[in-house]
Design a protein around this ligand. Structure first.
Ligand code: PEP
Length: 252
């Protein structure tokens, strides 16, 4: 059965002290609540990953990186490899966030390499994709998403797909306060699952968790997560406050 997941992307927020305080709050609160099979993930900035992972060891909180490079090592100033992440005990990574695609020109082709590299190192990935506002306005959102998946991910084998969580994040809803309606999210998630089914078969498609991301907050999480093909969320702004993030986790 596929898992529910709530993942917090801290982006370039929270220095070491703030990261420690936030993860402590999350550990304490999740020790005492019944949250069944929900996975809870946080993604701090690179420099704080090791410390936060050490603190979270043995708790319900899993720690992921926000990005990684597709090569193992070499002259790639400022980059971090899968091997380096694993060396400090990080086995999960977010790939293809829209901010990486928009500000750092990450292409589907590059992301295909990153996905293979991470999975080749037995890392789990949260693979992000989603359309721009103009794509939705011109009713091209389904074809944009289809191309992002086909070009960035569908080279993987069925076995490799077992390492993948998908995160549908319409770019127009990220950090804007605008949210896709629960119906819009469900419509796209069902479409994504149908693409998975055509490529990998129904049984495998049913096993893949598909998260929604884009201005999820305590007030709208329940309705969005209640949709049958929405298996949780990738949370930005609301992941920075323990109370808000925990309220979202508790909607499961
Ligand atoms: C994100 O950056 O992945 C995100 C969903 O951000 P926010 O929740 O702030 O819209």
């Amino acid at each position: 059965m596929r898992k529910n997941i709530v993942a917090g992307n801290w982006k370039m927020n929270n220095d070491l002290d703030a990261s420690i305080e936030l993860v402590h709050e999350l550990i304490l609160a999740t020790d005492n609540i019944e949250i069944g099979y929900t996975r809870i993930v946080v993604a701090p900035t690179f420099v704080n990953l090791q410390k936060i992972r050490e603190i979270a060891e043995g708790s319900r909180i899993e720690v992921a990186a926000q990005n990684m490079h597709q090569e193992s090592n070499g002259a790639f100033t400022g980059e971090v490899s899968a091997e380096m992440l694993q060396n400090i005990g990080i086995n999960d990574v977010i790939l293809g966030h829209s901010e990486r695609r928009l500000y750092y020109n990450e292409t589907d082709k590059m992301l295909a390499k990153k996905a293979s590299k991470a999975i080749g190192n037995n890392m789990n990935i949260i693979f992000c994709f989603g359309e721009l506002l103009e794509d939705r306005k011109s009713e091209n959102h389904f074809s944009v998403v289809e191309n992002q998946l086909k070009n960035g991910l569908f080279h993987l084998t069925a076995k490799e797909l077992g390492f993948v969580v998908l995160a549908y994040e319409p770019v127009w809803a990220i950090g804007t306060g605008e949210t896709a309606s629960p119906e819009q999210a469900q419509e796209m998630h069902a479409f994504i699952r149908s693409l998975l089914s055509s490529k990998y078969g129904k049984e495998i498609a049913e096993e893949v968790s598909i998260l929604y991301g884009g201005s999820v907050k305590p007030s709208n999480a329940k309705e969005i997560f209640s949709k049958p093909d929405v298996d949780g969320g990738l949370i930005g702004g609301a992941a920075l406050k323990a109370d808000d993030f925990l309220a979202i986790v508790k909607t499961f």
